[in-house]
Design a protein. Structure first.
Length: 148
């Protein structure tokens, strides 16, 4: 069993598989409950909802043309969507926010495929010389005849 984890491929494969399993757990949890916003750095926050993870970037001080007239109803300024990735610009009353939505399967599929490749691929053959077989007829220091 110890030989299975020899080399960087198997170790990286296990780390990738653990990361994919963590995303699987977060994916299942996102259907059960919406996480509170987790502030990563200053105006950046991350949360999970309905099978997707969302990264928000908040910026203040919008011009009055971009701001929503009603602070309770957000105004969607632009939206871009492609293969499970959504980018949208939303404005509330004088507060703007850019959101990046990524579905969990979009993150898990490449991680699982990479883990499968790293774990199931055959290790490379090494160019190390083979160990010399034991020779029973070899002379040792104690068997050496004394010089005459």
């Amino acid at each position: 069993m110890g030989d299975f984890f020899y080399g960087w491929r198997r170790k990286a494969g296990m780390a990738t598989l653990v990361l994919a399993c963590l995303f699987l757990g977060a994916w299942g949890r996102s259907f059960a409950s919406t996480n509170d916003h987790f502030t990563v750095w200053k105006n950046h926050s991350v949360y999970s909802h309905n099978g997707s993870v969302c990264w928000n970037i908040r910026y203040d001080d919008l011009s009055t043309a971009d701001a929503s007239p009603n602070p309770a109803i957000p105004k969607i300024n632009s939206r871009w969507e492609l293969c499970g990735v959504v980018v949208s610009d939303i404005s509330f009353h004088r507060i703007g926010m850019r959101q990046y939505w990524v579905t969990y399967w979009y993150l898990m599929t490449p991680l699982t495929l990479l883990a499968g490749f790293l774990l199931l691929s055959q290790p490379r053959r090494t160019n190390r010389p083979a160990a010399a077989p034991p020779n029973e007829n070899r002379l040792t220091a104690s068997d050496d005849p004394a010089p005459q």
